[in-house]
Design a protein around this ligand. Structure first.
Ligand code: BEZ
Length: 368
C-alpha cells in the first residue's frame, strides 16, 4: 500500500462480500499516518509488468479515520492491460458503438478547503486553434439575450473576444476577463475590454444586461459572481448566460480523476471547474433576488478540431500541473486511451459537453 509512491502499509487479507460482491480488503498502516475520512483508494500497478498495489490519496476532511475504520471511497482500478487490449483488440480502430454520456460521480462543491487549483493560463493563438468552436457555438445564448442597439451590456468572461465582437455589432458592450492575454486579444479586435476578477466585479447599476458564455464554470465562488452581476445591473436588467452544467465533460473528467490517483493526486482538489445543476444554480440566483425566466441543461456533444490531448493542453492545465512535467505526456495518453472507445469515431474526438443555459431578471423593485 502506497501514498505518493511510498510504501506505508500492507494488505493483510482480502475476501469477497457474498451479498454485495464487493472486494473487502483488510489493511495495516503505519500508525503515525492519519488518513482523512475522504481518502480515496484504488488498485494500480507499478508499470506494464509491475506488481499491483493499493494507492491511497488522502482527502481534505478534518476528520480522520479511526483505528478499525474503513475507506469507503474507491476509484475504478487502472488496468493497463485492458486498456491495451481494448485498443489492440479493435485493430487500432475505435469500436463503433453509440456514444454514451457518463455521469460525474464526484460531489460538485465549488470550493473545498485545501484545494490546489492552479490558475489557467490562456494563449490566445492556441485558444483560437483548439477552441474556436466556443464562440461559434455561443450563438444560441446570444439569441436568448436578444440585445437591443441602445443597451449597455457587460460580457463577463469575454475570452479572446470572438463572440463579444458579434455582440458589439448589436449593442454597446464592455467586456471583462481574468486573463490579461485574452483581454489583449479582445482589445486587438477593437473591443472595450478590461482585466477583472468575476468574483469581484466593481460595477454599480450600469448595465441593461450581463452576458456570459463558457466562462462561469471557471469561477468557483458562484455566489460572489452572482452578487457582482446583481450590483452591475440596473433594476429590470437581465443576466443571460451559458456555462458547463452538471455532467459536463464527465467522461474526460472521470478519466482525469482516475489517472491522477496512482500519481498521488486527488482530482477533486485540482479541478478548476464548477458544473452546477439546474436546481443548484436556480437556488443561488433566487437567493440573491433574481427572477429566473428560464434555466435548462442541454447536452451538446462537441466535435474537437484536433486531438483530445490538445484540448487537455488548452483547458486542463490545473490537472497537468499537478504532476511532474515529464509525466504530463503519459497522463494525456492514458486519458485518451481510457475514453477513446466512447469519444473517438471516424477520426474525430467528440467531447460530452453539457450546457447550463439561463435567463434571469433583476426585478425593477424590491431587494436592494
Ligand atoms: C466548457 O466550456 O464547458 C468547458 C471547457 C473546457 C473545460 C471545461 C469546460
Amino acid at each position: 500500500m502506497r501514498i505518493s509512491g511510498i510504501k506505508v502499509g500492507t494488505v493483510t487479507s482480502q475476501s469477497l462480500d457474498p451479498q454485495t460482491f464487493l472486494a473487502v480488503v483488510h489493511l495495516t498502516i503505519d500508525p503515525s499516518i492519519k488518513l482523512p475520512v475522504d481518502t480515496i483508494a484504488t488498485i494500480t500497478s507499478t508499470g506494464l509488468l509491475g506488481e499491483n498495489y493499493l494507492a491511497l490519496v488522502p482527502g481534505n476532511d478534518e476528520e480522520y479515520i479511526k483505528q478499525g475504520g474503513s475507506i469507503d471511497h474507491t476509484e475504478p482500478p487502472i488496468n493497463i492491460f485492458s486498456l491495451i487490449n481494448k485498443f489492440v483488440g479493435s485493430g487500432g480502430r475505435p469500436r463503433r458503438r453509440p456514444r454514451k454520456m457518463a455521469t460525474a460521480h464526484l460531489p460538485n462543491s465549488p470550493v473545498r478547503p485545501g484545494d490546489k487549483v492552479v490558475e489557467q493560463h490562456w494563449d490566445p493563438a492556441r485558444y483560437q486553434r483548439n477552441a474556436g468552436f466556443v464562440a461559434v457555438l455561443g450563438q444560441p445564448v446570444l439569441e436568448l439575450l436578444a440585445p437591443r442597439p441602445a443597451e449597455r451590456i457587460l460580457d463577463l468572461g469575454c475570452g479572446d473576444g470572438a463572440l463579444t465582437a458579434v455582440l458589439a455589432r448589436q449593442a454597446r458592450v464592455t467586456a471583462v476577463d481574468a486573463s490579461a492575454e485574452q483581454v489583449a486579444a479582445a482589445r486587438a479586435r477593437g473591443l472595450d475590454a478590461h482585466v477583472a476578477d468575476g468574483a469581484q466585479l466593481g460595477f454599480a447599476a450600469e448595465f441593461d444586461a450581463v452576458f456570459s458564455n463558457a466562462a462561469l464554470h471557471w469561477m468557483r465562488d458562484p455566489d460572489a459572481v452572482i452578487d457582482g452581476v446583481w450590483r452591475a445591473l440596473k433594476p429590470g436588467g437581465r443576466f443571460v448566460a451559458e456555462c458547463g452544467g452538471a455532467g459536463n465533460v464527465a467522461t474526460v473528467l472521470d478519466a482525469l480523476h482516475t489517472v491522477m490517483v496512482p500519481r498521488g493526486v486527488d482530482g477533486r482538489a485540482v479541478s478548476p471547474w464548477y458544473f452546477p445543476s439546474v436546481d443548484e444554480y436556480r437556488a443561488r440566483l433566487e437567493r440573491r433576488g433574481f427572477a429566473v425566466a428560464s434555466i435548462e441543461l442541454i447536452p451538446r456533444p462537441t466535435p474537437l478540431p484536433g486531438r483530445l490531448a490538445d484540448w487537455l493542453d488548452t483547458f486542463a492545465e490545473s490537472f497537468l500541473a499537478a504532476v511532474p512535467a515529464q509525466e504530463r505526456g503519459a497522463v494525456k495518453d492514458e486519458v485518451e486511451a481510457m475514453v477513446r472507445a466512447t469519444l473517438y469515431a471516424s477520426g474525430t474526438w467528440t467531447v460530452d459537453y453539457v450546457r447550463l443555459r439561463f435567463a434571469a431578471v433583476k426585478p425593477s423593485r424590491g431587494t436592494p
